[in-house]
Design a protein around this ligand. Structure first.
Ligand code: S3P
Length: 413
């Protein structure tokens, strides 16, 4: 199989393409609704964008965007809202970022606080929830220690740093995905990194790129985990992102007993991609995920929870409070769905403990309006004794519109 382009990279290339000089040409752009939200916001900010399925052409405007006539609708996409906030903070106009019901519940203080320190005026609804009102300013560089591990906030601050006067330094508590740093470099900006600190000098000019975006490894994770629960499965994923800050799912599955090989590997614009072969080994062991590993696996935790009942010794997830403020409360959502399917699940404030060797049965479950909960529940359903009905499963379109078709095609082989 092959997957639509990585969501994290698609967002960043589209945004930086708009801020660059020249025309950025992207292939295998994410087919998800989230990245379409970023494209429509960039259009509203004055960038001419053409799209034909996976091909996207962005006419860059340089660092100065155009004041939008209406609030910018980020839909369900936290990435769009947080990273655009960084760009809008450095513009000479006022703008408003809005989102759907789920996004309107999500915390934006984490991005507003540092951007305010840089000189932008930002206000939200109670608790700094969307809509976000941003009055752009001539930004001052800051040195900022992020209290929460968030790649979106890190990218937002680096994008704002590009537009600021002086050198902006961002330090993260644990290493998170580095697509912001790599994308800035791909567009010709200099970004320095030392340990968990990275810095960028303001005023650098970006240059357009041509790129093919590697398949989304967080989407691949659903199929890899599905393969993990079927003896003798053999799955080949071509052109998938293998950036080390995103590939922790491969290490975990290997530790659990899967046989995984990377058959070839290439680098484009600093991002690694290649072909992964995954086969089930002798049974599936359990695991415990905590600390920095939790942050590295943040989007893969729902599907790991989904296969936990099928493991020999269960899966424990800790230090995952962030899961409670994703598109849904993913700890509560996975616990509820797995329990509906007959599993015993212990819920912690910061995670889950799901014992192994638990047979699941058919049930009616909910996506909770969250694409990853819908897909993770589908993977849990594959091993269940009866049919599982997932309410509002169409939300998979947020990151992967073809999910159910691809899953069906793989199962038939
Ligand atoms: C993302 C970072 C993660 C992740 C999200 C995409 C990104 O969120 O959950 O799906 O592209 O930077 P946080 O940075 O808020 O942890």
């Amino acid at each position: 199989m092959r997957l639509p382009g990585d969501k994290s990279i698609s967002h960043r290339y589209a945004m930086l393409g708009g801020l660059a000089a020249g025309i950025t040409e992207l292939e295998n752009f994410s087919s998800g609704a989230d990245c379409a939200s970023t494209l429509s916001c960039m259009r509203a900010l004055g960038c001419a964008i053409e799209r034909q399925e996976g091909k996207v052409r962005v006419q860059g405007r340089g660092a100065a965007l155009e004041q939008p006539e209406h609030p910018l609708d980020c839909g369900n996409s936290g990435s769009s809202m947080r990273m655009l906030a960084g760009i809008l903070a450095g513009q000479s106009f006022a703008s408003v970022l809005t989102g759907d019901e789920s996004l309107s519940r999500r915390p934006m203080q984490r991005v507003a606080t540092p951007l305010q320190k840089m000189g932008a005026a930002i206000s939200g609804a109670e608790g700094c929830r969307p809509p976000l009102h941003i009055q752009g300013a001539r930004l001052r560089a800051i040195e900022y220690q992020m209290p929460v591990a968030s790649a979106q906030v890190k990218s937002a601050l680096l994008f704002a740093g590009l537009l600021a006067e002086g050198e902006t330094v961002v330090e993260e508590p644990v290493r998170t995905r580095d697509h912001g740093e790599l994308a800035l470099r791909a567009f010709a900006a200099q970004v320095n990194r030392r340990g968990n600190r990275c810095s960028i000098a303001g005023g650098q000019k970006l240059r357009a790129i041509r790129a093919t975006i590697p398949g989304d490894i967080s989407s691949a994770a659903f199929f890899l985990c599905a393969a993990a629960i079927f003896p003798e499965s053999n799955l080949l994923v071509d052109d998938v992102l293998l950036n080390p800050t995103r590939a922790a799912i491969l290490d975990v599955l290997i530790a659990m007993g899967m046989r995984i090989s990377v058959l070839n590997i290439e680098e484009h614009h600093g991002e690694l991609a290649g072909t992964v072969q995954a086969r089930q080994g002798a049974g599936l062991r359990g695991t415990r995920i905590a600390g920095a590993q939790t942050a590295a696996l943040i989007d893969e935790l729902p599907v790991l929870a989904a296969i936990a009942p099928y493991t020999q010794d269960g899966i424990e997830i800790r230090d995952a409070r962030e899961l409670r403020v994703k598109e849904s409360d993913r700890i509560a959502a996975m616990a509820e769905n797995l329990r509906a399917m007959g599993a015993r699940v212990e819920v912690r404030e910061d995670g889950l403990l799901i014992p192994g060797r638990q047979p699941l049965h058919g049930a009616e479950v909910d996506s909770f309006g969250d694409h990853r909960i819908a897909m993770a529940s589908a993977v849990a359903a594959l091993g269940a004794g009866g049919a599982v009905h997932i309410r509002n499963a169409g939300v998979v379109d947020i990151s992967y519109p073809g999910f159910f078709t691809t899953l069906q095609a793989l199962l038939q082989r």
